[in-house]
Each structure stands twice: as C-alpha cells, then as structure tokens.
Design a binder for this molecule. Structure first.
Ligand code: ZN
Length: 182
C-alpha cells in the first residue's frame, strides 16, 4: 500500500473522516456539524462497534443512517453501577454537587469514573453508568474522506492529529490487541 493511493471504500486500517450526528430519544446530543469531521482508524475500535461495523464498503460522500441498540452502543443500564456511600467516606476536597465526576476504585482495584447523582447530609449516590447507557443510538453519518494511516498511527491504533503523538505509546494497544495492522 502506498500513501498516494486513492481509496474509494471504507476498509480495515484506513483512516476515515466522517461527519456525524447522534440522536438519542429524538434529540441531537452530539454532532460534528459545527466542527471538523471526526477521524478514526477503521477496525481499531476507536468508535463504538455497532457503528463501526456498518461503515465497511461505504464510499466518500455516502450517507447512512445507523441504528445502534444500547447493548452495542454504550451498554445496557446497570442498576448495580449505582452506589450509595457514606458522605463521611468522601474526601472533603471533592465539591459536593450533582454531576461532578469522581474516580473510585471497585472491588478489583480498577479505577472507574462515576458521577454524583444525589446526596444528602449522610449519603452520596454515585452512578458509574455511561450517560448514554441504556439508550438506543441513532447515527446519521457521511463519509468525508479516506486516507492511509501513518506507520505510527497504525502501530498505536489511533489517529494522530499533531505530528508528534503525546500518548507515549500508552494508548493501550501496543500488544496489537486492537487488531490494527494485522
Ligand atoms: Zn499514539
């Protein structure tokens, strides 16, 4: 493959530029309309799987509406991810406000991000569900461009917007587990 090839269709390991809007419950919650198209490496899991798999074979300029059920999007809503902790266990430097994100450790020592959903004098309710968990997603996408990734992008499994990658190789797929380049 050489960098001057013209790519006509979305295929694995190509960098895809894509305009998109995301509609949830009839409302547009995210869109590239007022910004640049997003760029990602197809087949690397940079975008949610339920959308990525629908893009194969699309050409530049093609539009598509893709419905992604919650389970293939941000996951189903997990009632067990809503936790109540004693307010006294809460470090005082964390502002006690609805919607504040906090990092907590689960039983396995994994750090997870949760949002303060409610609180009173004694308890704090934390919700570790993604804000779009349990939601069916409606994407409207247009393929804006296709190019070959640089060798470094392919190795890291993600697009570099600057000349130098600041991920220090810490992008999680040095071991090739994302399947990039294979
Ligand atoms: Zn990188």
């Amino acid at each position: 493959m050489n960098a001057t090839s013209n790519f006509s269709k979305v295929e694995k390991d190509l960098v895809v530029s894509m305009d998109y809007s995301l509609t949830v419950d009839g409302e547009i919650v995210d869109s590239s309309e007022d910004s640049e198209p997003i760029e990602f490496i197809q087949g690397c899991g940079n975008i949610i799987p339920g959308l990525e798999k629908e893009l194969y074979g699309m050409s530049i300029g093609d539009k598509k509406s893709v419905s992604v059920p919650a389970a293939e999007g941000y996951g189903i809503y997990d009632p067990e991810a809503v936790m109540t902790v004693g307010r006294s266990e809460f470090p005082s430097e964390i502002p006690m406000e609805q919607g504040v994100e906090v990092s907590i450790q689960d039983e396995d020592g994994e750090v997870i991000v949760a949002v303060i959903e409610a609180f009173d004098d004694e308890t704090v309710t934390l919700n570790a569900n993604h804000p779009l968990a349990g939601k069916d997603l409606q994407f409207d996408v247009t393929i804006a461009g296709l190019r070959a990734p640089t060798a470094e992008e392919l190795e890291h499994g993600h697009v570099h917007s600057e000349d130098d990658c600041d991920c220090d190789g810490d992008c999680g797929c040095e071991d090739g587990s994302c399947g990039c380049g294979s």
